[in-house]
Design a protein around this ligand. Structure first.
Ligand SMILES: *Cc1c(COP(=O)(O)O)cnc(C)c1O
Length: 394
């Protein structure tokens, strides 16, 4: 075949997987505004607003609140690379994929990982964490995932941060999937290093990672005995560009247009209001749940521990889960997520994140899923899902 590329025109999908989620037109329009210099005074003004808007989203006064110029994984790595020095002991909670990645980060920073494990689909058990903190009084950091996207479980960040504080530990908290969808209260929790992502409940394009560091955490970064191994993520250097009152010296070229998009996405969040956004995610989750349960499809995570924005549900007996996802994509332009790790092949992950968390998507997803499953002769209850969801809205 001759090499004959043309402009790429992606199909218009409805994104109800684990991220990216649907990006609203306002954010896409912001992305297409003229590129200006990353040291342009007008751009620098906007950067300051982005910091303020992120403080709003994270519910923090932390001066060090900014987007890292790379996806959520880089936010994770920023926290570990800056806070973990060779030999440091870090208690890492693992109850899904992302806790496992935290451990990998600790090891690669030369730290010693003490793992507290919980089953996939369960929340992090505070009693186990407390026992680990008691058994390891020399631990420097407690790291955990607030919203485990691989399973849909939400852990009790307030309690875990309190326990860490009582034992003199700093905390690293993953809020990639929670920020903008469920309460993330950095200052109230007393969390120290918290990172997120733009493509989940913030409904922005992928590729940026908001982070926030408490003064205590920043102090730990500044008083390191060894240089941060990563040049790009070393906050001591990054702050020369992003820091408050910094000279804005060149560190790397900021992703200018992506930052316009983030600015717009955060404005939308602020216009709606955090509390309203949380309530919207909760309502749409309840409607989706009613519809799925009416159909006979159950959840992986027990009630009360579930994330409204990430619904991990069990695939009905005998159904080829990959074929269902493929058909949803081909016939309905609808993307839902597959299971990861131990849940691969057993579950679907239905996201209701940010802009995508709306009534139309809930009803569309239920109708599409029912249509595909019916034609596969799957053992589901037919003709009841949409009405069950509507009953929640009414
Ligand atoms: C998506 C996700 C990440 C990684 O973010 P990327 O932008 O894909 O690098 C990290 N942690 C959690 C909990 C996530 O859901």
């Amino acid at each position: 075949m001759p090499f004959d590329p043309a402009s790429f025109n992606p199909p218009t999908r409805t994104l109800m997987g684990p991220g990216p989620s649907d990006v609203p037109p306002r954010v896409l329009e912001a992305l297409s505004r003229p590129t200006i210099g990353h040291l342009d005074p007008r751009f620098v003004e906007m950067m300051e607003e982005v910091k303020g808007l992120l403080q709003y989203a994270f519910m923090t006064e932390n001066a060090l609140t900014m987007p890292v110029s790379a996806p959520g994984s880089a936010g994770m790595e920023t926290c570990f690379a800056n806070l973990v020095e060779p030999g440091d002991k870090v208690i890492v909670c693992i109850n899904g994929v992302f806790g496992g990645r935290m451990k990998e980060n600790v090891v690669r920073c030369g730290g010693e990982a003490v793992v507290v494990e919980d089953e996939w689909g369960s929340v992090v058990d505070p009693q186990k964490v407390e026992a680990a903190l008691q058994a390891h009084p020399d631990a420097k950091i407690l790291a955990f995932v607030h919203a485990e996207t691989s399973t849909g479980a939400q852990s009790d960040a307030a309690t875990l941060c309190r326990l860490a504080g009582e034992h003199g530990c700093l905390t690293i908290v993953d809020t990639v999937t929670s920020l903008g969808g469920t309460p993330v209260k950095v200052d109230e929790w007393g969390a120290d290093a918290v990172y997120s992502g733009t493509q989940k409940c913030l409904s922005c394009v992928p590729g940026l990672s908001p982070v926030t560091f408490s003064d205590r955490a920043l102090e730990a970064v500044k008083s390191r005995k060894t240089p941060v191994q990563s040049w790009f993520l070393d906050l001591n250097l990054v702050l020369g560009y992003w820091g408050s009152g910094a000279q804005r010296t060149y560190h790397h070229t900021a992703p200018v247009n992506s930052l316009y998009a983030l600015h717009e996405a955060l404005l939308i969040l602020r216009e709606e209001g955090l509390e309203n956004a949380w309530a919207r995610h909760e309502l749409n989750h309840r409607a989706l749940k009613a519809g799925l349960e009416a159909m006979g499809i159950g959840f992986v995570v027990k009630e009360g521990d579930r994330l409204p924005q990430l619904n991990a549900v069990t695939v009905p007996e005998g159904v080829d889960e990959a074929a269902v996802r493929r058909t949803l994509l081909e016939e309905f332009n609808l993307e839902i997520g597959a299971g990861l790790g131990v849940l691969a092949g057993k579950v679907w992950r239905i996201g209701l994140m940010g802009h995508a968390s709306n009534r139309r998507n809930v009803l569309f997803c239920l109708a599409a899923l029912e249509s595909v499953l019916s034609r596969m002769d799957a053992p589901i209850e037919k003709g009841v899902a949409v009405d069950a969801a509507m009953a929640v809205y009414d």
